[in-house]
Design a protein around this ligand. Sequence first.
Ligand code: SF4
Length: 239
Amino acid sequence: MELEGLPPIGGLLESSLVHWEGRVAAVVFLQGCNLACPGCPAPHLVPRAAAGGAEDGSGGVVPGNLIPAEGVLDAVFSRRAMLDGVVVAGGEPLLHDTLPDLLEILRSFGLQTRVHTNGTRPRALRRLLEADLVDSVALTLRAPLNALYSVAAGTEVDLGGIWRSVELLLGDPGDHEFRVVVDPRLLTREDLLALGRTVAGARRVVLEPAARGVLAGRPGRDYGGSGGTGGADRNLGAA
Ligand code: SF4
């Protein structure tokens, strides 16, 4: 088995009942994220270089406290009879060009695969769907697709990219879900209704409470779009 070049792994949960509804799944956490959400529940997974490591100057990761892929795959393989699948989360898994290689190995164990994403890498998501390497994708949304999103994500976000990811999943027959992080310090009722319209037609939408974190603050009500659409929201009237 060729293990060199697999994405950097920052954590492993050997079995979980909550990361994929109705399934017992191992969870592999990849290192590195392109957002900086104030309430990130896993801030240690955000740096592209793991603690003790360093950037290699080309956007890659020099291992610090990363978990060797061989040990992770051994642990999953030895438990495969007790598992339905494996969830690959982050960080942001779709940052890594070698994610398909990892998913292919997990599939070869006879396990189903799910990827958790923040939706900012639509081209990588499309490649996974076209290669049929994922049974399920869970895409987390943090705000309506307008200027408020960058407040929720702690950094500038390409809203068009998230929108393309949403459309990809809405149009794909897989067992996908949308997760909406509900932070009452940030989102109003109107924002949640706008989000509901954005994911209208989704197979499953899960509301999840925001983890604690210091928000930059909700800067007034003018985010450059009316009704929280900013031109990217689909008004399907399903709220
Ligand atoms: S997208 Fe997820 S991993 Fe990345 S900063 Fe936000 S909460 Fe943390």
